[in-house]
Design a protein around this ligand. Structure first.
Ligand SMILES: Nc1ncnc2c1ncn2[C@@H]1O[C@H](COP(=O)(O)OP(=O)(O)O)[C@@H](O)[C@H]1O
Ligand SMILES: [Mg+2]
Length: 514
């Protein structure tokens, strides 16, 4: 039974994790990390308790109870029937207690999930907690959460502990009645004292297992409450689905076309983030996206790997609607450097080779060189074998970004998305990384988002996004001449320096960051 309980836990955990991994990005934006962790760790454990302790224990007890009941009916069926007249009385409290336990247990599991989310948040954000002197505040918030959990648990204990006395009382009524009746028959000579005492012993031996069994229902209800929460996740369906027979995209240069694309987070009714986007990027072209923060640049590029689906129009790669392509092949076409540098707690080497396990040592080193990450990696005592976790906060934002760039370089995909990939670099390293990126962009379809306009002056086309619409599109020089939105952005960045005018030579301007 223990093997079964633990086996079920393993299966449930694997199922949950596999299912959650396949859910779309929007799911992760809606759910708190800590809550998901709590479902996989805590809720599954409750199911284990139900299976391995409650069900195991009760199996033995059930056999004992069945055997003893058989015995007392065999000894004297009239007396035995009398012992069970009170049984229907037990039904109502049993159901009622079970129902209460289930309700309280659900609340307990929610409180536990909330606590887990809180821990995740405040430990991950330890720097800010300290910087703002909020340690005591967070301690008090945590104490309030444990207090709440304690209260819920005590409530559950009260119901749980009340169950057996109530059941015992009802059982006692029946047994008392049968003993009274049996004793009466012994006096009248209808029953031998031997049978009578066997009967009494049998009913007494019923006491312990019945008492345990009365609590099993509570344990089962608790387990079912946890199962509900597990299935609530397992039944979620991904809205990013593949069609019946998806097209497999081949790894070669691609044309990416946005056709009247509209997008809103949270589906059709929500306020639009992108409206009527028409854009074509041919193989080898570099398309730069610029505009104020919040304009929808990140949202636009997130549509290409189907992190989200368009709510209107379509995106086509070589004429194939990306919703008709297989997700695996679609994402194989795309290398992405996201706005936030995300690395895993593995070695520097594993991080660069992430998603590319066959990469040779030489490939990894070349990628690191090209991303100008070589020098700082070489300066670590363990070099490429350094664990990112060991570095703690020692990696600077720029170093993290360069590792992310190296990782994207190694993927060697025909479509490249760079979302403010160099924003954390100083001007000097930016020029260096810029060169690496220019090498990388050659022959690929590139979408580049950069805040520093100087870094995108060489783009084949610059697209200016304002409030989710394309307001201008063209080359750097043309857009400057046009005296529109782009020129305004440009002048804002250079306002304290000498006017760049129609500057073809690119000046490294002060960075205008969010
Ligand atoms: N996951 C999300 N859910 C809901 N709204 C979002 C989400 N991400 C971004 N937004 C909103 O979409 C708009 C565009 O954001 P974004 O694409 O990140 O702009 P940019 O990259 O140009 O700064 C903003 O108003 C932002 O608040
Ligand atoms: Mg952005």
């Amino acid at each position: 039974m223990n093997r079964m309980g633990r086996g079920i836990v393993r299966q449930f955990r694997n199922l949950l994790y596999a299912h959650i991994q396949d859910l779309p990005l929007s799911f992760f934006h809606m759910e708190k990390t800590g809550v998901l962790m709590s479902r996989i760790i805590n809720d599954v454990n409750i199911v284990k308790t139900m299976v391995s302790s409650a069900v195991t224990a009760s199996l033995r007890d059930i056999f004992t109870v069945v055997g003893l009941i058989g015995l007392i009916f065999y000894l004297d069926w009239k007396m035995a029937s009398l012992a069970f007249v009170a049984l229907p009385l037990a039904f109502y409290p049993l159901v009622e207690f079970g129902r209460r336990i289930r309700r309280i247990s659900t609340r307990g599991q929610e409180a536990m999930a909330e606590m887990s989310a809180f821990l995740h948040e405040t430990f991950a954000g330890a720097k800010i907690v300290k910087a703002f002197g909020m340690e005591d505040f967070e301690k008090r918030r945590f104490f309030a959460k444990t207090e709440r959990l304690y209260r819920i648990e005590m409530k559950e204990v009260r119901v749980d502990e009340l169950t057996s006395p109530v059941m015992e009382f009802i059982g006692g009524l029946g047994i008392a009645a049968s003993i009274f009746y049996g004793g009466f028959r012994v006096f009248s000579g209808d029953l031998t004292p031997g049978t009578f005492f066997s009967f009494v012993t049998g009913t007494m031996m019923l006491y312990a297992p019945v008492k345990k069994l009365s609590k099993v229902n509570n344990a089962v209800q608790r387990g079912l409450a946890a199962t509900d929460r597990i299935f609530e996740i397992l039944e979620r369906r991904s809205e990013i689905r593949e069609i019946e027979r998806p097209v497999t995209l081949a790894k070669r240069p691609h044309t990416v076309r946005f056709e009247h694309v509209g997008f809103a987070y949270g589906g059709d009714g929500a306020p639009p983030v992108l409206q009527d986007i028409n854009l074509e990027a041919r193989a080898g072209e570099v398309i730069a996206l610029v505009g104020m923060s919040g304009g929808g640049k990140t949202s636009l590029v997130n549509l290409i790997p189907r992190f989200f689906d368009v709510t209107a129009g379509a995106i086509r790669i070589d004429g194939v609607d990306i919703r008709e392509a297989s997700l695996v092949s679609l994402r194989e076409q795309i290398a992405i450097v996201t706005q936030e540098p995300i690395l895993f707690n593995e070695t520097v080497r594993d991080n660069i080779a992430y998603g590319n396990p066959q990469a040779s040592e030489a490939d990894i080193q070349n990628a690191a060189r090209a991303a100008y990450a070589w020098d700082f990696i070489a300066s670590f005592p363990k070099g490429f074998d350094t664990l990112i976790g060991e570095l703690g906060g020692r990696l600077s934002g720029g170093e993290k970004q360069r590792l992310c760039i190296a990782r994207a370089l190694l993927k060697d995909a025909p479509i490249l998305i760079l979302d403010e990939a160099t924003s954390a670099l100083d001007s000097e390293s930016e020029i260096l990384v810029q060169k690496a990126l220019e090498n990388l962009m050659r022959g690929r379809t590139t979408f580049i988002i950069a805040h520093r306009l100087s870094t995108i002056a060489h783009a084949h086309r610059i697209v200016v996004l304002v409030k989710g619409r394309i307001v201008e599109e063209g080359r750097h020089e043309d857009l400057l001449d046009r005296d529109g939105e782009y020129r305004k952005l440009y002048q804002m960045q250079f306002s304290d320096g000498e006017a760049p005018g129609t500057a073809r030579a690119v000046v490294q301007g002060p960075s205008g960051r969010d």
